[in-house]
Write a protein that binds this ligand. Structure first.
Ligand SMILES: Nc1ncnc2c1ncn2[C@@H]1O[C@H](COP(=O)(O)OP(=O)(O)O)[C@@H](O)[C@H]1O
Ligand SMILES: [Mg+2]
Length: 286
């Protein structure tokens, strides 16, 4: 049962943390090198990672009507997608909408893996948006997992472990990781950060889920976004909440969507009960 697995996972937390951390083999080998050779090795490896996660061209509708209409029906099934934006831009709400819509409309179970949110408070906040996660959890359709970034570090080194069991047993088809930024903060060295992001993307790619990863930064110089671009994640969506003439405006931009023509405009969004609403005809000019 998924619930037993989650319980086991929670119990194992401290034990996992005590384990001696070892860098993954690949990283250990490559960090021996310095200078341009390391970059060369990394770049050379990247193409191998891109093919593993796209198993077919089927569509997983996000359930956000306007967005689905803009991107040819939805995200690619079993793809890895990045949603990036500053704090309060709506990443969490957007991602939970993707999971809840997936459950209610498309009968795809969802896993929300977080480094930041407290479950009780999170469930309460989401209830105010109209989403009863406790009920969906009770029905075995939704799993909430709170993770410490160091545990993900371990996970990458050991290749998936209990999360893989939860995904399999719970018949999970959609996964959100909120957010990969706190995970990236574990690494100081930019190259190491990029390497581990690539390893994380590769591991997620093997899970056979449509994945949405939240990132706290929209800057195209951000290590994670660079890593995402290099890994060729299937899509990158940016969210904004920018002050313009004394008022903040929310907006969305589809930066990349593999194999699809994307609208080259930044569009207004609003957050209501029920989630993020996009206004495709309202172009925002910051
Ligand atoms: N019920 C609601 N109605 C309207 N706006 C809301 C509601 N709940 C939250 N918000 C808005 O959503 C914002 C937070 O979105 P969130 O997804 O948590 O952002 P992020 O994950 O990017 O930090 C809040 O700043 C708030 O303005
Ligand atoms: Mg958030």
């Amino acid at each position: 049962m998924v619930r037993d697995l989650v319980r086991g996972f929670l119990k194992g937390k401290s034990a996992q943390r005590k384990k001696k951390k070892r860098a993954p083999k690949k990283i250990r080998k490559e960090t021996k090198h310095h200078g341009s050779h390391r970059w060369h090795t990394l770049l050379k490896r990247t193409p191998h990672r891109t093919s593993s996660h796209r198993k077919n061209g089927e569509i997983a509708p996000t359930g956000n009507k306007e967005l689905d209409a803009l991107i040819g029906g939805g995200l690619v099934r079993n793809s890895i997608n990045l949603i990036a934006g500053g704090p309060g831009t709506g990443k969490t709400i957007f991602s939970v909408q993707f999971l809840v819509e997936g459950i209610l409309r498309y009968h795809e179970n969802g896993l929300y893996l977080t480094f930041e949110e407290n479950k009780e408070k999170f469930y309460k906040d989401m209830l105010s948006l109209g989403w009863d996660l406790a009920k969906l959890e009770e029905q075995g359709k939704f799993v909430f997992l709170e993770y410490k970034p160091e545990q993900v570090k371990n996970l990458i080194e050991r290749g998936g472990g209990i999360i893989e069991d939860i995904i399999r047993e719970g018949n999970i088809k959609r996964i959100v990781i909120d957010s990969i930024t706190s995970f990236a903060l574990l690494y100081e060295d930019a190259l190491e950060k990029k390497e581990s992001a690539l390893n994380l993307f590769e591991m997620i790619g093997r899970w056979g889920c449509t994945a949405l990863l939240c990132s706290q930064d929209t800057s195209l110089n951000d290590d994670l976004v660079i890593a995402a671009l290099e890994f060729e994640v299937d899509s990158i969506i940016l969210l904004y909440n920018i002050k313009h003439r004394g008022r903040r405006k929310r907006a969305i931009e589809i930066l990349k969507m593999r194999g699809k023509e994307i609208p080259n405009k930044t569009m207004r969004i609003k957050i209501y009960k029920g989630g993020v609403k996009i206004y495709p005809d309202k172009i925002v000019d910051f």
